[in-house]
Write a protein that binds this ligand. Structure first.
Ligand SMILES: [Zn+2]
Length: 354
């Protein structure tokens, strides 16, 4: 980690973060936007709205399940399952995608938790050989491989809801603590196809990477619980450790995919700042922990240069030792995406579903 870099005096975002715009007190644009967005929320009203929405789905429809919860084993999705089952009396289906790099501990915890909550668990895991081909192709074309999961996971979630006739997906994604910079949340299926089409037929990728028809998609509502309930991480952690034997600390951001150190390194190579920097900045801003503590953790977790085991990992997905030279200067931005207006419209339509 570079210690000479100028950072926001409130969170820890570095000066080379997109449009950082530090003010006279050295506070960044993202911190100012955070205050405007989150300080005056009427959480009681939001929670009432959530309760009304869940009433419309509980016990309705032909599915065995009232909703689907994407389940990674991390604190946010575990708490979402617990809330929906214990507090709101829903019958959720827990759905987990194993991309081949799942932490073995996470998989054990997932099974233990769904057992204890009395919730059905589905795990979807496409063959490693196929996924590695997708990762390697993305890596060669764009200098990163996370692209594949960014598209695979939401597709699998919607497919599974559709297959089971589930009309509601309840995510635990917290915009406040998890959101990447919008400038780098740029993957859609048009861009994905433009990246992949030189190595795959559409048919090979159709099921796992492309949504069913728009008509089917718009029958399913997606929402995130942290948009309706005040997401207090210390309290959430305490509840989960008491109720479900959750052992992670607040500072353990999420159950890491084993590819995370490598994908972080590649992201930093392209963006010039790291995923951990913006994730910990989010946590500091939200008041979950101290700025100094975040900087210390960042220093420990963010190696300078290529992380240990990087070339072995690359070799495992089918890329050789010259991969960094081969992909110098490449990024997903080299490929064109769907028009922004169309994306926004699709999101708006899903939001107005009852
Ligand atoms: Zn800031």
């Amino acid at each position: 980690m570079n210690n000479n870099i100028i950072r926001c005096t409130r969170c820890i975002l570095p000066e080379n973060y997109p449009d950082i715009d530090l003010d006279s007190r050295g506070v960044c644009r993202v911190c100012r936007e955070f205050d405007a967005r989150y300080l005056n929320i009427d959480w009681a009203a939001r929670e009432k709205k959530l309760a009304r929405m869940l009433d419309r789905y509980r016990g309705k429809g032909s599915s065995k399940y009232d909703c689907l919860v994407p389940y990674s084993g991390g604190k946010d999705s575990t708490y979402s399952l617990w809330l929906l089952k214990q507090k709101y009396g829903m019958n959720p289906l827990a759905f987990n995608v194993d991309n081949g790099f799942a932490d073995a501990g996470a998989q054990i915890f997932i099974k233990k938790c769904t057992d204890r909550l009395g919730i059905d668990l589905y795990t979807y895991s496409p063959p490693g050989e196929f996924l590695n081909r997708v990762y390697a192709h993305a890596m060669h074309k764009t200098g990163e491989f996370c692209t594949a999961c960014v598209v695979l996971i939401p597709t699998a979630i919607f497919r599974t809801a559709d297959i089971h006739g589930i009309r509601l997906i309840a995510g635990g994604f917290s915009e406040m603590t998890e959101a990447p910079p919008p400038e780098y949340a740029n993957m859609d299926r048009v861009r994905f196809w433009n990246i992949m089409k030189s190595g795959f037929s559409r048919k090979e990728l159709e099921w796992d990477f492309f949504f069913p028809s728009w008509k089917r998609m718009f029958r399913i509502k997606y929402f995130n619980l942290p948009d309706y309930i005040k997401w207090e991480l210390p309290e959430i952690n305490a509840t989960l450790s008491k109720e479900l034997g959750f052992e992670k600390k607040v500072s353990d951001i999420r159950y890491d995919c084993l590819a995370t150190p490598h994908s972080n390194f590649l992201f930093r190579r392209i963006a010039g700042f790291s995923k951990l920097e913006f994730l910990y900045a989010n946590m500091v801003r939200a008041g979950y922990f101290d700025r100094q503590e975040a900087l210390k953790i960042l220093e420990e977790r963010e190696p300078d240069g290529v992380p240990d085991g990087f070339f072995e990992f690359m070799n495992g997905i089918g890329c050789d030792r010259s991969i960094l030279e081969q992909t110098e200067g490449r990024s997903t931005f080299d490929f064109s995406s769907r028009r922004r207006s169309i994306r926004k419209l699709a999101i708006r339509i899903r939001n107005i579903l009852p």
